[in-house]
Design a protein around this ligand. Structure first.
Ligand code: ATP
Ligand code: MG
Ligand code: MG
Ligand code: MG
Length: 469
């Protein structure tokens, strides 16, 4: 089954259960300064959950464009390293606004997975919030899932991948306990069930999260009960497609295969397994959809996150031997794959291509010299058996060659080296002081305006981990 059919079956199933099918909202959240990009299907319904907004329906379903790069849920560093994370992905969701609650939500999810998509029950396992006896009982007694396949998980903050069965949109806003459904891709793949020490592997992949929206978390962290208990669910289209297409990694699904082939064509790469091709296939989706939704590459806020993703993509192209603009040439392939479901890609195609090409032309002017400096420093580190990349050099790369810190860090990570971020920050602060003392900001042809970090602090206040330099 193709991913577009899987998307349609999801929406049809929930329409048959009385849900209004609602179009995806923009990746740029409207009137919500707490959010960098739309990161879940529930974002456009936030005020409905909070009781500030009313809709003519109490049940809805959607396929929502999401970006998780920067912000509360940031998966940029996972791309290329896990089988299941993208910067851009589609989240299939069903929602109840004070209508049905736990029992129906779980029953619908189980019916869709086991009767419509016909997944073998023995390959599924679920987690519930540790104290949620009600959800535990529904799974074990009503759905008949064996007790050893229902895992109780509490707050487990801090760990990079560890399950946390209390879902929050951001540091503030609607939240609640959740129950997550995992698919077992088989013992040949490394990884353990949620809650186990090996859980950060990709054997057991979370496909669907059902959140029981019960609270509004305020800035002090106090939980206020919502007017009516509600349901918010999210299933990654790429993950369920991988399961239904009998493949393990999202990158093996139909849609990604087409993009990987396009990336191979434009970079003249014969090894289709190259991780760089996966990164390019991922990043062309995020960049194109963000530009189509009005984000422009720049040095602050959303625009800077976009610029960082574009430059990471260019660096992977460079790694594959490309020395001139190529990334924009993947846009027509993306339009073929996704233009039908998202007409904004079709109508903005030329603008997306022009914007990307302009960014590429600019970065290709400095990348060669920047990479030479980076490589020299890395060779020096390797010769000395070191593990740390000089923060001053990282700053020079940022300031003079347009290398965002996370790009330098990404290259370093491939060599098992970490950047001295504190020294980078110090160099940045020193330059700002000097500029202030001089009474003006220095600008020159290839000098990056230092507003990037300054501006990020604005978001940092709103979203704890927005600053992912
Ligand atoms: P994970 O633990 O695998 O990072 P998550 O718990 O952060 O996922 P949720 O916030 O619960 O994800 O989002 C709901 C669903 O969206 C997930 O069950 C998954 O199917 C999908 N999803 C989440 N993040 C990504 C991503 N970066 N790329 C692709 N799909 C994703
Ligand atoms: Mg996650
Ligand atoms: Mg999870
Ligand atoms: Mg989850």
């Amino acid at each position: 089954m193709k991913s577009k059919e899987i998307r349609q079956q999801f929406l049809d199933f929930f329409a048959s259960k009385g849900h209004q099918v609602v179009a995806s909202s923009s990746l740029v959240p409207h009137g919500d300064p707490t959010l960098l990009f739309t990161n879940a299907g529930m974002n456009q319904f936030k005020d409905v959950f909070l009781g500030f907004d009313k809709r003519p329906y109490t049940r809805a379903a959607s396929s929502q464009k999401c970006v998780r790069a920067g912000g509360k849920h940031n998966d940029l560093e996972n791309v290329g390293y896990t089988a299941r994370h993208h910067t851009f992905f589609e989240m299939l969701g069903n929602f109840s606004f004070g209508d049905y609650f736990k029992r129906d939500a779980i029953a619908y999810a189980w019916e869709l997975l086991t009767e419509v998509y016909k997944l073998p029950k023995e390959k599924l396992l679920v987690t519930v919030y540790a104290e949620d006896d009600e959800a535990y009982d529904i799974w074990t007694k009503e759905m008949g899932v064996p007790a050893d396949k229902v895992i109780r998980i509490g707050d487990n903050k801090g760990a990079r991948y560890a399950s946390d069965n209390f879902w929050m949109m951001g540091d503030t806003g609607p939240c609640g306990p959740c129950t997550e459904i995992f698919y077992d891709h088989g013992a040949h793949i490394w990884g353990g069930p949620p809650g186990s020490p090996e859980e950060d592997g990709d054997r057991f992949i979370e496909i669907w999260n059902n959140v029981f929206m019960q609270f509004n978390r305020d800035e002090q962290g106090v939980m206020h009960p919502l007017p009516k208990p509600s349901v918010d669910t999210g299933m990654g289209l790429e993950r369920i497609s991988a399961v239904l297409q009998g493949v393990h990694a999202n990158y093996e699904i139909d849609l990604f295969q087409a993009l990987i082939k396009a990336a191979a064509r434009e970079t003249k790469t014969t090894d289709l397994e190259s991780p760089s091709l996966k990164v390019l296939a991922d990043h062309i989706r995020a960049c194109s959809f963000l530009i189509a939704d009005g984000v422009i590459p720049g040095n602050e806020g959303r625009g800077y996150v976009l610029r960082r993703i574009i430059r990471r993509a260019i660096r992977h192209g460079y790694k594959l031997g490309v020395r001139a603009a190529f990334f924009y040439k993947l846009v027509p392939d993306l339009v073929i794959e996704m233009g039908e479901a998202y007409p904004e890609l079709v109508s903005n195609k030329t603008r997306v291509m022009d914007t990307l090409k302009q960014e590429e032309d600019r970065f290709f002017e400095t990348i060669e010299n920047g990479m030479a400096i980076l490589e020299t420093e890395l060779a020096d580190i390797a010769a000395k058996g070191g593990k740390t990349f000089n923060g001053e050099t990282a700053f020079k790369l940022h300031d003079t060659y347009g290398f965002p810190l996370d790009l330098t860090a990404d290259v370093c990570r491939e060599r098992d080296v970490t950047v001295d971020a504190a020294a980078f920050d110090a160099a940045m602060a020193r330059q700002k002081d000097q500029a202030r003392a001089a009474g003006k900001f220095k600008m020159s042809a290839n000098l990056e305006y230092d507003g990037a970090a300054t501006q990020f602090h604005g978001y940092e206040k709103l979203e704890s981990d927005a600053l992912v330099l």
